[in-house]
Write a protein that binds this ligand. Structure first.
Ligand code: NAD
Length: 304
């Protein structure tokens, strides 16, 4: 049976690291501050923003929540970002995605307006470029959190064969650079990859980031591999499962979250595995807090 890489355990370690740095900054009269802009009423985004706010509160980071109506124009949003960029008391700026339909097509322009030194999501082309040339400054939180967890868990990356399923700018591509920089031999797979299972079976470290519920099955996994399940998918519970939970005195909701990995079966052969929920999602928030501290330090050093 695989070792379960509990997100809570590793995110607490990461938060402890941040706490020390935050105390240090505060002793010099600097209160790290994160501004999160939420446009519209997307329910999942509201949950994510709330979680970020709670993490800030826990660590002593000032949390500035800016809620804008769905009909906010691109110009209004850019003006808000400009205002936050020039406010020296704001160290991190994050625009919660997805944006409402009317401004979605301007997403790139909007994200690129954030000062790269305050870009705690690590999406700005300058931060992406720094990652690619091996001089990472602010790195996307999900892949950075996964790497941090591997390091804290003592899982060898140097020389490992790593396979990533998914090539998004948010997860797959930055993960590729982070693993390669740590001397793994890395393969990225995507929706056009042929014979996917032949490739995934070679992985010592397998990262699933595709958004397909329970796609990675036990026959796709090398025994003893480390499995990082980034996927978050909401699925219906079966009637049997609902009945079973009721018989245990529980009151189950009709849907639940699952990852991209068939956890129940892969757990039996993997060496280590992250659960969903309770895995990578928690690391993402903890890494965001580390990025706010890092942004604060970068602004003090005023370098990038
Ligand atoms: P995306 O939709 O941008 O990218 C999905 C990728 O998967 C694409 O590159 C695509 O080529 C690949 N893919 C799709 N079908 C495939 C197939 N059949 N075979 C091989 N590759 C295939 O998604 P994303 O933004 O990278 O997110 C991926 C998943 O991770 C989603 O479930 C998302 O909700 C989740 N996510 C979780 C966190 C977290 O904090 N845990 C953060 C970001 C994303």
């Amino acid at each position: 049976m695989a070792k379960i890489l509990e997100g809570k355990f590793f995110s607490n370690l990461m938060k402890d690291e941040s706490k020390k740095k935050i105390e240090e900054l505060k002793s010099h009269g600097i209160e790290p501050a994160l501004a999160v802009i939420l446009v519209g009423e997307d329910p999942a985004s509201q949950v994510y923003v709330r979680n970020k706010h709670l993490a800030c509160e826990e660590l002593g980071i000032k949390s500035i929540e800016i809620k804008l109506p769905t009909e906010t124009s691109k110009e209004e949003l850019l003006a808000k970002i400009d205002q936050l960029n020039s406010d020296s008391n704001v160290h991190g700026i994050l625009v919660q995605l997805p944006l409402p339909k009317a401004i979605k097509s301007h997403e790139e322009e909007i994200l690129n307006r954030i000062d790269p030194l305050k870009d705690v999501d690590g999406f700005h082309p300058m931060n992406v470029g720094n990652l690619v040339i091996g001089k990472p400054t602010l790195i996307p939180c999900t892949p950075a959190g996964c790497i941090k967890m591997l390091e804290l868990a003592g899982i060898e990356i140097d020389g490992a064969r790593a396979v990533i399923i998914g090539r998004s700018n948010i997860v797959g591509k930055p993960m590729f650079h982070l693993l390669m920089a740590r001397h793994a031999t890395v393969t990225i797979c995507h929706s056009h990859t042929q014979n996917l299972a032949d490739i995934t079976r070679q992985a010592d470290i397998l990262v699933a980031a595709m958004g397909k519920p329970r796609f990675v099955t036990a026959d796709m996994v090398k025994p003893s591999a480390t499995i990082i399940d980034v996927g978050i998918n909401r699925v219906e519970r079966s009637a049997d499962e609902i009945e079973k939970l009721k018989s245990e005195g529980k009151n189950p909701k009709p849907t639940k979250l699952v990852g991209d990995v068939d956890f129940e079966n892969v757990e039996k052969i993997a060496g280590a595995i992250t659960p969903v929920p309770g895995g990578v999602g928690l690391l993402t928030v903890a890494m965001l807090m580390q990025n706010v501290v890092r942004a604060c330090e970068l602004q003090i050093e005023n370098r990038i």
